[in-house]
Design a protein around this ligand. Structure first.
Ligand code: GDP
Length: 442
């Protein structure tokens, strides 16, 4: 899960305050010391941590907390508010031109995920009924053009390229003409990256920028590089001037230092985050939702948006009915695992469900190979057992394990997973009901 270790440490630090009826300054100090350590271990910029802790402390020892009936919860709310502020308060959307095409210049170091992200972005525009065009301006890296063509095809977005013998500035100009003629309303320019920032690279980007006058200059940085990503962002902003940042590889970033520092250090918004290699794995960045995910309070809104695009509505209704009437069986479980896969990696999904955290995840560890085993185990059960696994005694467990070519531990694990999933799915439906009633999430 993104930011798993940071999330766990922050939640631990704050959980000590939650149960208390009254708080004094010493309690707050102790908790804040732990929060500070957690942030520093997450590779958050030192100055950012210092200011953050000061801001939280100032509010946490004030009357808003001390006079509250639930002071611990109040501190959590303050940390949530301040984390949100730190990451930019609210979503920063793409600035679309009032006279299209809108031009987006993508830049960043090699390997940050520029090409992949350009394609992801183009696909998200396509879903909004726009007509994007991808432009291959990286003429230096072998196969960069081919790579853009491949991902463009996957995203079903046209790619403009002129090979690797023409100057990127001229390619960009020609692409603009081409886009105008073909009615493309968003033009996304993929540029060359280097392993390190160098003057030639910057000069080339500056030239392209001057010629195209883009609405957005988006810097793509790898969040796993922590403070290096922050330094890269500072330098690109100084030399080129960026309008926003896209953070990639959050799926592998347990610490979150870049995400928490970039906005505060550069004063430039994070516009999107990428959480995987697939084209769907790009989300608009909502500071409030991210803060709430980090603090283990879930992110219901993103979950619902994902579910809307990934889940078969008819099946979802049938499932809700089954859950409501407590008829969810192991056969449905199998079906459900397949659907969950469409939503994205399970660990990310779990992080969005309020009340479930990385610990719950450990019991819901599913991968492809395991899926085959799970199928075999379920198929070795009788129909009755699939409907009510509680009737499976130890003798039957042994038979099932022999029948499916697994062992008793694996059978037990599956039954446990089923139970966890049932619990998790119940939360989905409870949440659904709440939204139907028009209630919000707290
Ligand atoms: P570029 O050199 O900046 O154009 O980087 P690429 O787009 O070629 O990406 C470099 C590698 O990072 C590729 O293997 C991508 O699949 C991978 N990648 C990009 N974004 C993500 C992400 O959000 N998560 C993960 N896990 N991998 C990513």
């Amino acid at each position: 899960m993104a930011f798993e270790s940071l999330s766990e440490k922050l939640q631990n630090a704050l959980s000590k305050l939650k149960g208390k009826g009254k708080l004094n300054e010493k309690d707050v100090d102790l908790a804040m010391r732990e929060v500070k350590l957690a942030l520093l271990e997450a590779d958050v910029n030192f100055k950012v941590v210092k200011n953050f802790i000061n801001d939280v402390k100032k509010r946490a020892v004030g009357s808003e907390v001390m006079n509250s009936l639930t002071p611990g919860q109040q501190v959590v709310k303050i940390v949530n508010d301040e984390l949100t502020k730190l990451m930019g308060e609210r979503e920063s959307k793409i600035n679309f031109s009032s006279s299209p095409p809108t031009i987006i210049l993508m830049c960043g170091l090699q390997g940050a995920g520029k090409t992949t992200t350009a394609a992801k972005l183009s696909m998200s525009f396509k879903k909004q009924n726009r007509r994007p065009l991808l432009v291959a301006c990286d003429i230096y890296r072998p196969a960069a053009i081919k790579q853009l063509e491949v991902v463009g095809e996957k995203a079903q977005v046209p790619v403009f390229s002129m090979g690797d013998k023409i100057n990127p500035v001229d390619i960009a100009k020609a692409a603009l003409e081409h886009g105008k003629k073909n009615g493309n309303d968003v033009i996304i320019i993929d540029t060359a990256g280097r392993l390190h920032i160098d003057e030639d690279l910057m000069a080339e980007l500056e030239n392209i920028k001057n010629v195209l006058n883009p609405e957005e200059v988006l810097l793509v940085v790898d969040s796993m590089t922590g403070q290096d990503a922050v330094n890269v962002a500072e330098t690109f902003d100084e030399k080129l001037g960026i309008t926003g940042v896209i953070l990639t590889k959050l799926d592998g970033d347990a610490r979150g230092g870049a995400a928490l520092s970039i906005r505060a250090v550069t004063n430039k918004p994070i516009k999107f985050v990428a959480m995987g290699e697939k084209l769907e794995d790009l989300e608009p960045f909502h500071p409030d939702r991210m803060a709430s995910r980090i603090l283990g309070m879930g992110d219901v809104l993103t979950l619902i948006e994902k579910a809307q695009s990934a889940i078969d509505a008819q099946k979802a209704m049938e499932l809700e009915e089954k859950l409501r009437t407590q008829q969810f069986t192991l056969d449905d479980f199998l079906d459900q695992l397949d659907q969950m896969k469409n939503l994205g990696p399970l660990d990310q999904i779990v992080g969005m469900i309020p009340g479930l955290n990385s610990k719950a995840l450990k019991n819901v560890d599913v991968n492809e190979k395991e899926l085959v085993k799970i199928k075999a185990i379920i198929q070795s059960m009788t129909k009755k057992e699939r409907q009510d696994p509680s009737i499976i005694d130890s003798g039957r467990k042994k038979r099932i394990s022999v029948g499916s070519g697994t062992n008793i531990q694996e059978v037990n694990k599956l039954l446990k997973q089923f139970k966890e999933t049932k619990k998790m799915m119940k939360r989905f439906t409870d949440m659904g009901k709440m939204f139907k009633k028009g209630g919000g999430m707290k």
